[in-house]
Ligand binder design. Structure first.
Ligand SMILES: *Cc1c(COP(=O)(O)O)cnc(C)c1O
Length: 416
């Protein structure tokens, strides 16, 4: 049953060939890990809405906090005016993040948070009289859909390969996960460092580029290489932040402090868009000057959106009052146990789990639309892409719901 408002006459869908697009699945409400559909069915959610809904949907504490803020003041401009939710959130993030990542710049989306990080890095050098225009990113990396962020995504595998030649050229290299690659990167940085503004990586799990994992020691090595060559290191924790990899932030597992960190997605528990770019004092101090032009020239209209800040403060409360990190660890063990037998299914290359990320790696690209439809028939929301079928459920998912997701995955893999 299709509701009367649902057609493709006017809405242009994300990453979708509109000529052949199926109608998307109409959702009328969402609570906990369940999406309620227009025809009354419910789906157990295995994706957490692009990894945002870490506490499940409509968590009462977040809903209440946002509603109270909405009553008081939905928004005021952040230039010249101040509101408590943003100042409180900034100090809480600074306290939670390692080292002296203490200076928080708010924006409204992940791509913009990365843009701001790149701009900070370029201007960090400009303010010291150096013009450095290139970034080092990594194979399978994904950092957003805007022009500068597209340019640091994987140019071969990434979803932006069409734009090759149009985008500014960057250095996209292999993750240094072997002694040989580490030496190659060391050599490469030594040769090119005067052109390079910063190195950027998604720590531990590269998300939208294929849910690829690397060891925490890679990040320590990368930190050492950046230090040796005097290069700022940016961690894009937009996917990995807020418990997804089993710790509040992925950097904790490596004990590495980046110079700049980008946060978004689960920052607000998935309730309201918000993002933050957080810099160390060393980066921040390079902008302090008697020259007004040395200031960071950025300021989105909806900067530090009060509803987003209220949601983010409420979300951080929940990381304290509820056992979210323990839940993420339990999900990893559960996924490992129940996904491992998938290795025997036809077409499966590999199975991996890290925190609340479970991946079934197929040996070729999947028919994503067909699989998605099969999953919906089975009462679960699982959205494969490329050559993977993955689970990134809300961290609050109950064991029996998680088992329902893995069961559906098994059945679909075996053509049942
Ligand atoms: C989703 C994502 C982005 C982009 O965030 P948007 O809010 O979609 O602009 C950037 N980096 C990473 C690692 C992401 O997962």
């Amino acid at each position: 049953m299709t509701p009367p408002w649902l057609n493709l006459d006017h809405v242009w869908l994300p990453y979708t060939q509109m000529k052949t697009a199926d109608l998307p699945v109409p959702v009328i409400s969402a609570r906990g890990v369940r999406l309620k559909l227009a025809d009354g069915r419910e789906l157990i959610d295995g994706i957490a809405s692009w990894w945002t809904a870490c506490h499940g949907y409509s968590h009462p504490h977040i809903v209440k906090s946002v509603a109270e803020q909405l009553e008081k003041m939905p928004h005021v401009m952040f230039g010249g005016l101040a509101h408590e939710p943003a100042y409180r959130l900034a100090s809480r993030l600074a306290a939670l993040l390692p080292g002296d990542l203490n200076h928080v710049f708010f924006s409204e989306s992940g791509s913009v948070a990365v843009e701001v990080a790149l701009k900070m890095a370029v201007q960090f050098w400009l303010n010291q009289g150096q013009r450095r225009t290139k970034f080092v990113g990594f194979r399978n990396g994904y950092h957003g859909d805007t022009f500068a962020t597209m340019s640091i995504c994987d140019p071969e595998e990434g979803m932006h390969k069409l734009f090759r030649g149009v985008l500014p050229e960057q250095f996209v290299v292999e993750i240094p996960d072997s002694a040989e690659k580490r030496m190659q990167l060391d050599h490469f940085l030594a040769q090119n460092k005067n052109e390079i503004a910063a190195v950027i990586i998604e720590p531990l799990v590269q998300g939208a580029g294929g849910m690829k994992f690397h060891d925490a020691c890679v990040l320590g090595d990368l930190r050492a290489l950046c230090d040796r060559h005097g290069l700022p290191l940016i961690f894009d924790e937009i996917f990995t932040g807020f418990g997804r990899t089993g710790t509040l932030f992925a950097n904790e597992q490596a004990g590495v402090v980046p110079d700049i960190i980008c946060l978004s997605k689960a920052l607000t528990g998935g309730a309201v868009p918000l993002a933050a770019t957080v810099a160390t004092s060393e980066i921040f101090n390079a902008f302090l000057s008697d020259d007004s032009e040395a200031a960071l020239m950025h300021g989105p209209t909806y900067m530090a959106y009060p509803l987003g800040c209220a949601a983010a403060n409420a979300s951080l409360d929940l990381f304290v009052s509820e056992p979210r990190i323990a839940q993420a660890a339990a999900i990893e063990a559960h996924l490992r146990e129940e996904l491992t037998p998938c290795r025997a299914a036809p077409g499966v290359l590999d199975v991996r789990a890290k925190g609340a990320v479970g991946v079934v790696q197929m040996d070729r690209p999947v028919d994503a639309a067909a699989l998605r439809a099969r999953f919906v028939e089975k009462g679960v929301w699982i959205k494969p892409f490329g050559d993977i079928i993955y689970l990134t459920p809300p961290l609050v998912i109950a064991p029996q719901d998680l088992s329902a997701l893995t069961r559906a995955l098994h059945e679909v893999l075996h053509g049942r």
